[in-house]
Design a protein around this ligand. Structure first.
Ligand SMILES: [Mg+2]
Length: 194
């Protein structure tokens, strides 16, 4: 089976680190729990272009370099790779290709994933991950974005909606949806059923 995996806030605690970076550099005082929408531009009241420039500076910073994967993520992803074809599907734009590739390669080694697909959003108004999944015939996605999971669910793609230790206030979802399975860590036994 082909499986898509998101990077930010799914494999790595990126928003947590971005907030730390932003607080230090711009003297803000936000916490992860304050982030109630997927995109941190709202958290800091920034227009999208300003946010994107700050984000690009962040990924060049030591905060980004020091990102370490969530516990058990690497182990489970390596296990999944034995019987599945894995894709990274990320909303990170193409300007971040090299830095993103280095981040992934440092943890998983060269060419571990079949492909790293960047959506290259100019803004965050259109969600295209479900289209990527359809194009590549991907049947499952692991992602922290509720919007992505709802769009993928409509296409009958099974979703693991990731909310680490249930601390993400941007993807709380309590409805019944047979395509969406909530997980709160990579240790979740539901991964064993894939
Ligand atoms: Mg994400």
């Amino acid at each position: 089976m082909k499986i898509a995996i998101d990077i930010d806030d799914t494999i790595f605690p990126t928003t947590r680190e971005f907030i730390k970076y932003h607080n230090k550099k711009y003297k803000t005082n936000k916490k992860l729990k304050d982030c109630t929408t997927l995109h941190a531009n709202h958290l800091f009241n920034l227009d999208f272009d300003t946010y994107l420039e700050r984000w690009m500076d962040f990924i060049k910073s030591d905060f980004h370099k020091k990102l370490t994967p969530y516990p058990f993520s690497v182990k489970i992803i390596k296990k999944l790779s034995l019987e599945n074809e894995l894709y990274i599907v990320t909303a990170r734009n193409k300007r971040s290709k090299k830095i993103t590739n280095d981040l992934i390669t440092n943890v998983f080694g060269e060419n571990f994933f079949k492909k790293i697909i960047h959506l290259n959003y100019e803004d965050f108004t259109i969600d295209q991950k479900h289209e990527v999944c359809l194009k590549y015939n991907i049947k499952m996605i692991i992602d922290d974005s509720l919007e992505t999971c709802l769009a993928c669910g409509k296409e009958k793609i099974n979703c693991f909606l990731f909310n680490y230790k249930n601390k993400y206030n941007w993807n709380i979802y309590n409805k019944k949806n047979k395509y969406i399975t909530k997980i709160d860590s990579w240790k979740d036994p539901k991964f064993l059923n894939i």
